[in-house]
Design a protein around this ligand. Structure first.
Ligand SMILES: Cc1cc2nc3c(=O)[nH]c(=O)nc-3n(C[C@H](O)[C@H](O)[C@H](O)COP(=O)(O)OP(=O)(O)OC[C@H]3O[C@@H](n4cnc5c(N)ncnc54)[C@H](O)[C@@H]3O)c2cc1C
Ligand code: SF4
Length: 201
């Protein structure tokens, strides 16, 4: 496995566009666990943690609240200024994971963490989301799964930030594609997860 530590966003995008299969690493609190469990086998990792420009938040008049993908969760939770602007962020994160995980974990990684479905997390089970032809949760163990609006895969996002960001948009910068934004709901949907899992896992 190769690891590239990106100097800045352009360096990261250059590296991503030059390799065939790349996985990005932020705090690593989800990805490293998936690697240990044999659920992710990245051939090429791009470490984003040194990109200062993706860290922090701003609230400029007329531009809304903008939060960088590499902002540690603990920063959203502990900032009094942010709690005045958007109190739901602090409330949503207070019970998420542990202080250690919230210190390492980032906003981008939290939104894109893999789901907690037990079939998915079992290395030997190949369900629809892992390229198989059926979802075992539909007729199986499906507590905490979706009950409305689900089709091929009935997961719900495990991110505590998602309910707080329901009306927010994710600003995407991808290699070889123009910048674009999509809703948080679309970004964490099973279909988008499927595409990410099948293409850049
Ligand atoms: C024991 C445990 C308990 C937890 N409990 C909770 C909980 O109660 N609530 C909750 O919300 N979360 C919980 N989590 C999940 C935790 O919040 C996430 O692991 C963390 O937020 C992920 O952030 P990270 O920066 O470490 O991401 P990483 O592990 O580095 O990455 C996660 C995924 O996101 C992708 N990614 C990361 N950053 C970017 C980016 N900038 N652009 C594109 N892709 C990116 C990576 O490629 C990877 O696929 C728990 C985790 C653990 C291990
Ligand atoms: S809910 Fe999704 S992740 Fe879970 S078994 Fe069904 S297809 Fe797999």
């Amino acid at each position: 496995m190769s690891v590239h530590v990106a100097r800045d966003l352009n360096d990261a995008l250059d590296h991503i566009s030059s390799a065939t299969e790349v996985t990005v690493l932020a705090g690593g609190t989800d990805l490293v666990g998936l690697m240990k469990d044999g659920l992710a086998r990245p051939q090429s990792l791009v470490d984003l943690t040194g990109i200062e420009g993706l860290r922090g938040w701003s609230h400029a008049k007329g531009r809304g609240l903008r939060i960088g993908a590499l902002t540690p969760l603990v920063e959203l939770e502990t900032s009094d200024a942010l709690a005045k602007t958007m109190p739901i962020l602090r409330e949503s994160l207070r019970d998420a994971a542990t202080v250690q995980l919230r210190t390492m974990g980032t906003v981008g990684g939290n939104l894109l963490q893999r789901n907690r479905c037990w079939y998915f997390r079992d290395e030997g089970t190949v369900c629809w989301l892992k390229g198989g032809n059926r979802c075992f949760a539909i007729d199986g163990e499906n507590r905490y799964h979706a009950i409305i609006g689900a089709r091929d895969c009935v997961i719900v996002s495990p991110s505590d930030l998602v309910p707080a960001h329901c009306n927010a948009h994710v600003y995407l910068r991808a290699a070889l594609r123009p910048p674009r934004s999509i809703s948080v709901k679309a970004a964490v949907s099973p279909w988008m997860t499927y595409r990410i899992f099948r293409t850049i896992r």
